[in-house]
Design a protein around this ligand. Structure first.
Ligand code: NI
Length: 245
């Protein structure tokens, strides 16, 4: 059930029964020579829509851009600053609350978005806004972590992971013609965080972080989407039992 495809009258009908909405959020950032710049939002959107279909929940349009300034030394990255995402998230939540939504869950595909989103929710609560606001990252629950670990072991890494690249291979197979395919060394440098864009490129010259994205396959992508959705559905079932004031 996609908000973008509904008439306002259908939103009214939905709100008579439910007060929950999923908001996919990702990033527009380099994912090495092996992966798509849109990876994070493509994956978050697909998983949010799978959960929405399985649970009959409304899914809002995707927030494609995210907080990626540390990827700016790679061409094509388009980064929001943390303060911008805070403002965007606050306006989205305020709008949805104004219509009667009370459980607003950002389904996230990019680590850099988490702190700004949590800051936005904190600020909204401090203003006195009613509701339950949360960010659920598709890759952090125990079940999907185990699936990714079983598939890729130590080659999963932290950025341009074979897991996220597998999901995009499933969803956008034609986008992979022309992408790198050769195996490289998986380096594990000792580094600190956060990094500037220049530091990021020095530690991780081709944009991968400790990952082997050439191992990605669409078949594994299918399994990972299913597991991530299952994990999130469990979590959302709990959230639906909360007495949200
Ligand atoms: Ni990513």
């Amino acid at each position: 059930m996609l908000l973008e495809n509904m008439a306002y009258t259908e939103v009214e009908t939905y709100l008579n029964e439910k007060d929950i909405i999923l908001v996919p959020v990702g990033s527009v950032e380099q994912h090495s020579p092996y992966g798509l710049i849109g990876t994070d939002f493509i994956v978050a959107e697909a998983i949010a829509r799978t959960v929405g279909d399985n649970m009959n929940l409304m899914v809002a349009p995707t927030v494609c851009y995210g907080v990626s300034p540390h990827h700016m030394a790679f061409k094509g990255t388009v980064a929001l600053s943390p303060s911008t995402l805070i403002i965007v998230a606050e306006d989205i939540v305020r709008s949805l609350v104004a219509h009667g939504f009370r459980r607003i869950l950002f389904i996230n595909g990019h680590g850099g978005n988490i702190v700004p989103l949590e800051t936005a929710f904190r600020q909204l609560k401090d203003e006195g806004l009613s509701g339950y606001f949360d960010v659920l990252s598709w890759y952090t629950e125990a079940g999907v972590k185990q699936t990714c670990r079983e598939a890729f072991g130590d080659n999963e890494g932290h950025h341009a992971t074979p897991s996220e690249v597998s999901i995009t291979k499933l969803l956008r197979p034609s986008a992979f013609s022309g992408k790198a395919i050769s195996e490289q060394k998986v380096e594990k440098p000792k580094y600190y965080w956060p990094l500037t864009a220049a530091e990021m490129r020095t530690f991780f010259p081709d944009g991968r972080m400790e990952s082997a994205p050439w191992l990605a396959t669409a078949e594994l992508g299918k399994q990972i989407v299913a597991k991530a959705a299952e994990d999130l559905e469990q979590k959302i079932k709990d959230i639906l039992t909360l007495n949200v004031l």
